[in-house]
Ligand binder design. Structure first.
Ligand code: PEP
Ligand code: MG
Length: 325
């Protein structure tokens, strides 16, 4: 089994009928890179930069961040690396950043909301990222975007830091700037967002939690955490279609992207990039090679239009892809 998968390490990812997709990895620190390369990732679809911040007892300096980002970008070049700006709060508190206690941290001042009100840390991270961009293929992504105003504000701060570095003649690479779609409001308005962002990446871990109104860390409501729920599938499909209508690529970096039941559906919907834990990449490449993307479009249509429950969707996928589970 290991040997069979190892053969796929240096191959591209293509469906049986020739549709190419990118299989990317989710990482936390530069130390994850050797394992990512061993597992044949074609890109980094999500670097959760919080880990650099969580491993210390104070905010890392701009230079410390720069060194870490540069290491990842250089190791992956020329492949793209999507780095997400700070996603602090919710399930990722930072003990040394005095945060006000909140009754509902998941609905509170987390991620981009906090970056926009605490701009110093945000700006220092953007400068570190921009300086590192000279060493590889960087894409920057903002987490938890709910409104266009938030994206525009974050982008304006990015533009501001970029122009300041340009004046100082700091070398920088071309950088795409995109957003995570993990708040249902953003998924519903994806067609508008798609006019202004360079790319979208669907964060299903939070999107499922917020859509089902179930805390992702609370086991008592874990049964509501249903990636194949028709409501979730409709949101995901909507985001992919909106991105493609606007001519931008759509990725997924939540756990769902590496889930064998979800993969046929996502391939049928036309998802461009699947980003997952490194350990799932080769298995997913092998699965996609057996799938016929064109045939899966009718599975998607049936799942979107006639399924009422997650179980119905699972049964449909198993019927369409014999031997899946
Ligand atoms: C997500 O929400 O799906 C995601 C990828 O981000 P995180 O799990 O870090 O919140
Ligand atoms: Mg998230």
């Amino acid at each position: 089994n290991q040997e069979r998968l190892a053969k796929l390490q240096h191959t591209v990812t293509t469906s049986a009928d020739g549709v190419g997709v990118t299989l990317a990895a989710n990482i936390g620190t530069p130390q994850d890179i050797p394992n990512v390369l061993r597992n044949g990732a074609e890109a980094i679809g999500l670097m959760r930069t919080e880990f650099l911040y969580m491993d210390a007892d104070h905010l890392p300096s701009e230079d410390q961040q720069f060194a870490a980002y540069k290491e990842v970008l250089a190791a992956m070049a020329p492949h793209p690396v999507v780095m997400r700006t700070l996603d602090i709060g919710g399930d990722k508190p930072l003990p040394y950043l005095q945060q006000k206690p909140e009754a509902n941290p998941f609905m509170g001042a987390r991620a981009i909301r906090r970056s926009l009100t605490h701009q110093e840390a945000f700006r220092s991270q953007l400068r570190a990222l921009l300086r590192a961009s000279a060493f590889g293929n960087l894409r920057i992504m903002f987490p938890m975007i709910a409104t266009l105003d938030e994206f525009r504000q974050a982008k304006a701060i990015y533009d501001d830091e970029r122009s300041k570095l340009t004046v100082k003649q700091v070398p920088m690479g071309t950088v795409k700037v995109g957003m995570m779609v993990e708040v249902p409001a953003a998924a519903l308005l994806a067609d508008r967002f798609a006019q202004e962002v360079d790319f979208m990446s669907i964060g299903t871990n939070d999107l499922i939690g917020y859509t089902m109104a179930a805390d992702r860390t609370n086991q008592d409501v874990g049964y509501l955490y249903q990636p194949y729920h028709p409501a979730i599938l409709r949101l995901v499909n909507r985001v992919i279609a909106a991105g493609h209508n606007a001519g931008i690529p759509v990725a997924m970096c939540g756990e769902m992207a590496g889930d064998p039941i979800a993969v046929p559906l996502l391939l049928g919907m036309g998802l461009d990039e699947f980003s997952m834990g490194a350990g799932s990449i080769l298995k997913t490449r092998e699965l996609i090679a057996k799938l016929n993307a064109k045939d899966l479009q009718s599975l998607v249509e049936t799942a979107l239009n006639s399924a009422s429950t997650s179980q119905e969707v699972i049964t449909m996928v198993q019927a369409a892809v014999p031997g899946l589970l």
